[in-house]
Design a protein around this ligand. Sequence first.
Ligand code: SF4
Length: 337
Amino acid sequence: MEMIERLLKRIDKKPAVVKDEPFKVLVAALISARTNDNITEKVMKKLFKEVKDLDDLLEIDEERLSSLLYPVGFYRNKAKLLKKLAKVLKERYNGKIPDNLEDLLSLPGVGRKTANLVLTLAFDKDGIAVDTHVHRITNRWEIVDTETPEETEMVLRKKLDRKYWKVINHILVVFGREICGVKPKCSICYKEIKELCPYYKKLLHFEHIIDKFKYKKVSKSKIPNEKGSYILKIKLKKGRLIRFGKNEKYFKSGYYFYVGSAMNGLKNRIERHLKNEKKMFWHIDYLLNYGKIEEIYITNNNVECETANEFIKAFDYIEGFGCSDCSCKSHLFYMKL
Ligand code: SF4
């Protein structure tokens, strides 16, 4: 938990929404789903001028509510949901927002992230609100090894010291928005975080491989017809069970690096990997049925196995992907998204 401790020294742990406003916390969390933060913030300001409490929400006409919610994503559905929520709160909870996880989760549209946000921000109770930032960063930092935010929450509940529960969402959301987003800005990341980050270590090692064997990045449409070795960086958005040859394995979501060589010409070989129609000739074709090639690196050197042996020093390898005429453990390597 050293990285969290270090980040706490950099980021103000005070969350944006203040305590004692369960109605606003709940509504804001529901509105923010699938909407960018700036839009959510603007809409919340506009909305809370007119809808200050549950009675206002019960009163307001659904059409008017929709227009106040515009342009948040799915604003019409969200208006409908908020009206339904107001009714349930009035009828079942006498107009009060519940202060326990079970009751919060029974409310329309309320999932674990929202329920935990309400508990921590509005009631100052223990909870771990896991959104995409918390899920992504704790995976990159190898605190968890999970596929969904729900799984991440469950693992964090076991692993994370209780003193971090209430603050982890806020600090990782701020850090995720500014630095460690979908495309991490490692070049501007804090030195003391970078030096411990397992993800960054892998990125550095990948750069080392590229330099050592003189790989260059090429675009999909401009692959030269030279002989040599290649690396495909493949993105698998969703984890899934994939059969390859006679084997079957669960492939986690993330990046896969496949190392190959084509001494008869890189163009033909790589274009075969890029084709939508897969002939299921190589094991990698089974993964490529679901994963997308994002980047291609080539070198004129015959260094397929040497490259694989460098990858294995820092990356997890996938069994069953060694080439037939070498003793490498694998030519396929994994890294988190
Ligand atoms: S070094 Fe990169 S991956 Fe690691 S925490 Fe910083 S931004 Fe994220």
